[in-house]
Design a protein around this ligand. Structure first.
Ligand code: GDD
Length: 336
């Protein structure tokens, strides 16, 4: 039997790299869309996929160019397309609403249009987000909870989600969305609060830093492990019918609790090092996100395997290794 073919946009990111590993293990031929600049500077951009780069095929293209996506879709002819690439940092979307909306909405639309035109049997996965619920009208949220996004990022994800649903309903494309809650790992970018906390806890422990500036400590999130969540993406595309699923742990913790746990792993008290920087507060905050993944459990048979405490410990231990052995990475202190 010939190997199934998958195309992943955002393959160099946290989720893309875990998903590529997962699909290779399942016997897929894995193709990835990457920006031309990444191909030109692999050492910097391929850190998360260096270990599998010989096993996958990379294609240059941009979410801003319909022509490039069309060309890649025509040449790869995937059985499954996982659209993960996006401007994914909520905070940055307040600084540049226009590019966030352009990249996230048009990129999704271009890919769906190319799929419809060239490869209508391809199964399409859209990376939806709990940020679509924003100021949520109920806790926990499920697939029927009304959207109330609070940022250009959240708005762009609602638009992508609706485009995906409309290609399913209007053109019969097998197009599904995962509504994923925050998911982290040692491969997380340093601008997100989880990695910012664990890397600072490690650096402070090693004497490389002496404080951790944070914004809103009271925000609550439903944090899971990215490796668990990419499995859900794949399961979503294996269903007989397309559909939309909340993917979450159902457990909620505050940013302060995350910091407390991370620092306690290195024998420190976070209160001695965390400072509040009002510049890091968002113009419109999402205070509480907690998902109800009952549908995913019932239909997909999916449930998370990594507990919050183990996730935080894994990230802190990985950061201790990173900072003990390597040159420290660049930190984005501004809105990070
Ligand atoms: N990044 C950051 N940096 N966040 C901070 C900080 C800080 O210094 N201090 C407090 N926070 C708070 C934010 O205000 C937010 O409430 C929470 O920490 C989490 O922020 P992020 O880690 O940046 O993630 P996010 O929840 O905004 O978005 C992530 O999860 C979404 C799924 O719910 C991203 O991965 C999105 O792309 C994803 O869709």
């Amino acid at each position: 039997m010939s190997r199934r073919v998958a195309l992943i946009t955002g393959i160099t990111g946290q989720d893309g790299s875990y998903l590529a590993e997962f699909l290779l293990e399942k016997g897929y031929r894995v193709h990835g869309l990457v920006r031309r600049v990444a191909l030109e500077d692999p050492e910097h951009h391929f850190q998360r996929i260096n270990h599998i780069v010989e096993d996958i095929e990379l294609h240059s293209g941009s979410l801003e160019s319909f022509a490039s996506l069309y060309r890649v879709m025509r040449s790869v002819q995937p059985d499954e397309c996982y659209h993960l690439a996006a401007q994914s940092f909520v905070s940055y979307s307040f600084e540049d609403e226009f590019s966030t909306l352009n990249i996230n909405i048009n990129g999704t639309h271009y890919l769906l249009a190319a799929t419809h035109d060239l490869n209508p049997c391809c199964r399409f996965y859209f990376a939806g987000s709990s940020e679509m619920f924003g100021r949520a009208c109920e806790v926990p949220q499920n697939e029927n909870t009304r959207f109330h996004p609070r940022s250009a990022y959240g708005i762009s994800k609602v638009a992508g989600f609706e485009l995906t649903r409309n290609y399913r309903e209007a053109y019969g494309i097998y197009a599904s969305s995962g509504i994923l809650y925050n998911h982290e790992s040692p491969r997380r970018g340093y601008e997100f609060v989880s990695r910012k906390i664990t890397s600072h806890a490690a650096r402070i422990k090693l004497g490389l830093a002496d404080r951790l500036p944070l914004g809103n400590l009271d925000a609550k999130r439903d944090w899971g492990h990215a490796r668990d969540y990419v499995k859900a993406m794949w399961m979503i595309l294996q269903q007989p019918e397309p559909g939309d699923y909340v993917v979450a742990t159902g457990k909620m913790h505050s940013v302060a609790e995350f910091a407390e746990l991370a620092f306690s792993h290195v024998g420190l008290n976070h209160r001695d090092f965390v400072t509040i920087d009002t510049k890091l507060f968002r113009p419109a905050e999402v205070d509480i996100l907690q998902g109800d993944a009952s549908l995913a459990k019932e239909v997909l048979g999916w449930s998370p395997e990594v507990a919050f405490e183990d996730l935080v410990r894994e990230m802190v231990e990985a950061d201790l290794r990173v900072h003990a052995t390597a040159a420290p990475p660049c930190f984005q202190e501004s809105r990070a």
